[in-house]
Design a protein around this ligand. Structure first.
Ligand code: GAP
Length: 439
């Protein structure tokens, strides 16, 4: 089994990610996040928001709609250019992305292929109640356009002054020809983006591109990614998206293959110019300082939440041996881990232990994301918590009843220490901080 297969299995087994609508056979390229998955995903999104919005004074947030006026997609160029080359096998009629095929015949049955056709990735949808009069539009193919069509609204309702940015997190949809590799290429996924508006000066705008490149790379390091598993890849001219003047990907090394996690793009004035031309609205910016009117350039950072999620699992996944017994452990940054602490009574049939353990659990839960576990024996509980990345386990035993202390066990070292119950919250909060690469 390669790592991707192990993660797919662990995710389903432990409740990170399930195939969507599985009882009906699933649906290709669509996934559901389970009880642990939603925690990890929210923690990633909150970390992004904190990094981009809270720590900068010139960034504003937005949450635009998924469905937009169809003209948006004409103006953005997606209707014309947002496509992949599709080929079909003349024998078995399976369809493939031509640019992913190594040979010019069907990988499934070796049959001959049709010549490549452009296949548009936008997902169509229809609004309205009267048949024949329904409005045909699209689920957004990128979250970006919801920001640029609101450029004037944001300027008029905030104190935004160039250079400034707008951040957004939300769902995007693409009718991918070949979804796969677990959640890596999905048809419904989430993006976390920054659209940063700067003066339309090439030199200055490329300085901002460098600035955001470095910031974003460092953010992934702060999340805990190993540096050797991350790199930049510059897009060559023929790889650039229709809107881009320059583009760099942050890539992650998984199963020996470098895969895109985030794109950092110089979009020039493409979006504002096109929306100005298609809507007839004046989308220029008046610069109070220079008394000039211009269409700003846009530097974009566009990350996939689901990809950061998948790569974090991959980066944190270890198999080791403790006292001759194999274990799987997710060494997630404690700030990202779904649960920070698990509380157990040593035995599940001793009311005094359960009573004290429940008190400790309730007390911790108010301040720290804590989970209760009294199934199986203590060794099994440790294994389970290791596998879902819980950094600390607290066990209440018979000594606890006499000495008012508990055992705290670390996920990464498996070392155990006894801590007084009245010092437990502070101890754990400090330990979580200490083991965290702060972000
Ligand atoms: N607004 C620019 C934009 O959307 P992109 O490179 O097409 O650029 C940005 O997408 C990021 O969105 C990618 O780096 C990736 O992390 C994520 N992404 C794109 N397509 C995806 C898919 N089919 N499944 C999961 N994530 C995807």
């Amino acid at each position: 089994m390669n790592l991707l297969e192990k993660l797919t299995s662990l995710s389903k087994r432990r409740g990170f990610v399930y195939p969507s609508s599985e009882i009906y056979g699933g649906i290709s390229g669509i996934w559901d996040y389970g009880p642990l998955g939603v925690e990890l995903k929210n923690n990633i999104k909150n970390a992004f928001w904190k990094e981009i919005l809270q720590k900068n004074e010139n960034i504003f947030g937005i949450d635009a709609a998924i469905v937009m006026h169809p003209k948006v997609w004409e103006a953005s160029g997606h209707l014309e250019s947002f496509s992949d080359p599709l080929v079909e096998c003349k024998k078995c009629h399976h369809r493939f992305r031509a640019d992913y095929l190594k040979e010019n015949f069907c990988p499934d049955c070796a049959g001959p292929l049709t010549t490549p056709k452009k296949f548009n990735l936008l997902v169509e949808t229809y609004l309205g109640v009267v048949e024949g009069e329904k409005l045909k539009t699209y689920l957004r193919g990128e979250i970006t356009q919801g920001v640029h069509v609101n450029f004037k609204n944001i300027l008029n309702s905030s104190r935004a002054k160039i250079p400034f940015g707008v951040a957004q997190i939300g769902k995007a949809f693409r009718n991918e020809i070949t979804p796969g590799n677990f959640t890596f290429r999905s048809r419904e996924f989430e993006q976390m983006e920054l659209q940063f508006y700067v003066k339309p000066n090439l030199e200055e705008s490329f300085r901002w591109l460098d600035y955001w490149k470095e910031k974003r790379f460092n953010w992934y390091l702060k999340l805990g990614f190993k540096k050797e598993n991350l790199r930049f890849k510059e897009h060559q001219r023929d790889e650039l998206a229709h809107y881009a003047k320059a583009a760099f990907d942050i890539e992650y090394l998984l199963d020996g293959e470098w895969r895109e996690m985030e794109g950092i793009h110089h979009r020039g004035d493409w979006d504002l110019r096109r929306h100005r031309d298609f809507s007839g609205e004046d989308l220029t910016y008046f610069d109070e300082e220079t008394k000039e009117k211009y269409l700003p350039y846009i530097i974009e950072t566009s990350g996939g939440v689901d990809r950061a999620f998948l790569f974090l699992l991959a980066d944190a996944y270890f198999e080791d041996e403790i006292n001759g017994e194999k274990r799987v452990v997710l060494k997630l940054n404690p700030q990202l881990a779904p649960y920070k602490v698990a509380v157990f009574p040593l035995l599940a049939n001793k009311p005094q232990l359960i009573k004290l353990a429940r008190e400790i659990y309730k007390n911790l839960k108010n301040e720290i994301m804590t989970v209760w576990d009294d199934r199986g024996n203590i060794g099994k509980r440790y294994r389970f918590q290791d596998e879902i990345g819980t950094p600390f386990c607290v066990t209440v035993d018979f000594e606890s009843l006499e000495k008012n202390d508990v055992t705290v066990r670390s996920r990464d070292t498996t070392k155990q220490t006894r801590i007084k119950i009245n010092q437990l919250n502070t101890f754990l909060k400090d330990a979580i901080k200490k083991e965290t690469i702060d972000f």
